[in-house]
Design a protein around this ligand. Structure first.
Ligand code: KIV
Ligand code: ZN
Length: 390
């Protein structure tokens, strides 16, 4: 049986760019959009066109440039927003309007001072109006994570009737547990009339560190689109990380779900976004952090040198990383030292290695990490009769 496709909706340029201090200009956004298209994302959310003339211009330029992906513009459930977004994306090969409104009781009461009935009316009006401009209309039920499932199902049913092609179920505040978010998707799959006419989409925030887990739980329970960002950047603690969901689905083939992402471009894309946004990637970030394929303890190093799979579940080449690294610290063992020494040109006998290792530990206790230059010095001062070849 073929795998079910999970669409990747990238919102690096919209939700991702909401990070304070990470604003990009149009030129930078175009470079990133082109790369996202090459990466194979299905949808690029290019921005929120009514928010500023600059954002309108960026969305419009991206719509002209992108060849394969759908280009999407965000709106509120407000006519003017929808008109402006429609204008910005109308040149796209595949345009989409993403409109919506808050559906949780707290949003209805405090943001809109409204009622559930009126919210459904506004949602339906917005979708129907967006439909007059484009065929592909995605509806978001903001704060769906804290919206009562029965009411959420009513909203979904009403907007499908109005023509929504995708139903975005955002856990806007990052509150849900994976089981709860998955159960929400399952409930909607089983209780919304004509649900097969639309795709359910996961949009999760990382306030409790659960965005990736929630998105995976969502697709296990019937969703077929994940909204995510490169490096997981986004409001507050960020959004679901694109590289994480892509590799989770790939490394767990029995889920029978796949994305069309060219994973070999993941590392390079992560670096590109980090540099353009001036936002460093944390070293221990899954998949793309500088330590994701680095081994420093002696036990792990010995295992990886013998057989990579002992301590690695992903082949680094699959995500565009050249090789795993063996980092030399005071916790490293002889196998790692011999391996790194060989890499810089020394073939040590067992006796030589024992001597050099004693000297290595003295150096390693004084500094955080032993680099290639240090290896030459350590060997030269080890009294094993080998001249440095540095
Ligand atoms: O988190 C959220 O609810 C959003 C919507 C605007 C889609 O980003
Ligand atoms: Zn969001």
């Amino acid at each position: 049986m073929g795998k079910d496709k999970v669409q990747i909706f990238d919102t690096t340029l919209r939700d991702g760019e909401q990070v304070p201090g990470c604003k990009l200009d149009t030129k930078q956004k175009l470079v990133i959009a082109e790369r996202l298209d090459e990466l194979g994302v299905d949808v690029i959310e290019a921005g929120f066109p009514i928010s500023s003339p600059g954002d309108f211009k960026s969305v419009n330029e991206i719509a002209k440039l992108v060849k394969n992906a759908t280009v999407c513009g965000l709106t509120r459930a407000v006519k003017k927003d929808i008109e402006v977004a429609a204008e910005a994306i109308k040149v796209a090969q595949k345009p989409r309007i993403h409109t919506g409104i808050g559906t949780s009781d707290s949003h209805i009461k405090y943001k809109f001072n409204s009622t559930r009935e009126k919210i459904i009316e506004r949602a339906v009006e917005a979708v129907a109006y967006a439909k007059t401009f484009v065929e592909d209309v995605e509806f978001y039920a903001e704060d769906a994570g804290r919206t009562d499932n029965e009411f959420l199902a009513q909203v979904c049913e009403a907007v499908i009737k109005a023509g929504a092609t995708v139903l975005n179920i955002p856990d806007t505040t990052g509150y849900c547990l994976p089981e709860e978010y998955g159960a929400k998707m399952k409930y909607l799959t089983e209780n919304v009339k004509d649900i097969d006419k639309a795709i359910l989409s996961c949009h999760c925030h990382n306030d409790l560190g659960l965005a990736t887990a929630n998105s995976i739980s969502g697709v296990i329970n019937g969703a077929r689109q994940i909204e995510c960002t490169i490096n997981g950047i986004g409001e507050r603690a960020g959004n679901t990380s694109l590289e994480e969901v892509v590799m989770i689905l790939r490394q767990h083939p029995y889920l029978n779900l796949d994305t069309g992402i060219n994973s070999k471009l993941l590392y390079d894309t992560s670096q590109m976004v980090s540099q353009k946004m001036g936002m460093p990637v944390q070293p221990n970030k899954a998949i793309v952090g500088s330590n994701a394929f680095a081994h420093s303890s002696g036990i792990h190093q010995d295992g990886v040198i013998k057989q990579r799979e002992t301590y690695e579940i992903i082949d680094p080449h699959d995500v565009g990383v050249n090789e795993s690294s063996i980092v030399l610290t005071a916790r490293s063992g002889r196998a790692a030292l011999a391996y790194r020494a060989k890499n810089v040109g020394y073939e040590l006998t067992k006796l030589q290695l024992d001597e050099v290792y004693k000297n290595f530990l003295k150096f390693a206790d004084r500094q955080k990490e032993i680099m290639d230059d240090d290896i030459h010095k350590i060997i030269e001062t080890s009294n094993v009769g080998i001249e440095s070849i540095a």
